[in-house]
Design a protein around this ligand. Structure first.
Ligand SMILES: [Fe+2]
Length: 129
């Protein structure tokens, strides 16, 4: 069993942060499984085996979604950051840039009074990771 999901000493992390790290690791593993099934489906010729793999990949989609939803409930700012990107038609990059062009740079949006006021629901700590 690996403990490499911790980037800092585990005994210095709160239980909530350790759970968050575990769920991030789980999210990563579900994404990897989705990719592995995608590759297997691309090369498997047996229809029954393909059907089983496709069913298994569908389960991984759900596992990934449950992990992500758990994490978003822990980090509301993350949910806000994704709201203009996920489940939208159109250019994905444009949606991301539109949302974050001034927010991720830590700049405040100018107000009508000429004073800069932070208007981002993400707060000032939303720099790129
Ligand atoms: Fe899974």
């Amino acid at each position: 069993m690996g403990f490499d999901q911790y980037h800092e000493p585990a005994n210095e992390l709160s239980p909530e942060t350790r759970t968050f790290a575990r769920m991030i690791a789980s999210l990563t593993e579900e994404a990897e499984a989705i990719g592995w099934y995608e590759q297997r489906l691309a090369v498997e010729p047996n229809p029954q085996a393909r059907a089983i793999m496709a069913n298994a990949q569908g389960e991984e989609f759900k596992h990934f979604g449950m992990d992500l939803e758990f994490l978003l409930r822990q980090k509301p700012k993350w949910r806000v950051a994704l709201q203009d990107i996920l489940f939208k038609e159109g250019d994905i990059v444009e949606h991301g840039i539109r949302r974050h062009s001034w927010q991720s740079a830590g700049r405040a949006k100018p107000s009508s009074s000429g004073l800069s006021t932070p208007t981002s629901p993400l707060g000032a700590d939303q720099g790129s990771v």
